[in-house]
Ligand binder design. Structure first.
Ligand code: 5GP
Ligand code: ZN
Length: 119
């Protein structure tokens, strides 16, 4: 299922441009336009699923491939010393784009703390 109003569905369909680094049958990986680290890649399922909260076993292949792709990308391009993966979900998780995506953030320098704690 695709949502023609969804920006990530449109990137997956190559309807709008993105710096795509990898594509396979279930997933697409592309660079974030507003990188938060020297390497910042987003990995999405091709199927439109708004959030991880909405996902389930029906999406197990795509979700598995998203995770499996991370190491492959990291070994190919960068990040032998590590990286961080994040999936923001919903209002509490500060999700901005409602199509499931995994952020992959890489150094080379160590990233900041995972969460800035509220006082
Ligand atoms: P979220 O806060 O939903 O986890 O993250 C959404 C991410 O998508 C942000 O890091 C933002 O920079 C990125 N983003 C939003 N619109 C676009 C776009 O049109 N193209 C690309 N490549 N990234 C986008
Ligand atoms: Zn979508």
């Amino acid at each position: 299922m695709v949502d023609s109003a969804c920006i990530f569905c449109r990137i997956a369909a190559r309807d709008i441009p993105a710096d795509i680094v990898r594509e396979s049958d279930h997933v697409v990986a592309f660079r974030d336009t507003n990188p938060q680290a020297p390497t910042h890649i987003l990995i999405i399922p091709k199927e439109h699923v708004p959030t991880l909260y909405d996902a389930g076993m029906k999406q197990h292949q795509a979700l598995g491939k998203m995770l499996a792709l991370v190491g492959e990308l990291a070994r190919k391009e960068w990040a032998a010393d590590g990286f961080r993966t994040i999936v923001n979900t919903g209002r509490v998780g500060h999700q901005e784009v409602y199509h499931v995506h995994m952020h992959v953030l890489g150094g080379p320098e160590p990233l900041g703390p995972m969460l800035v704690r509220r006082k």
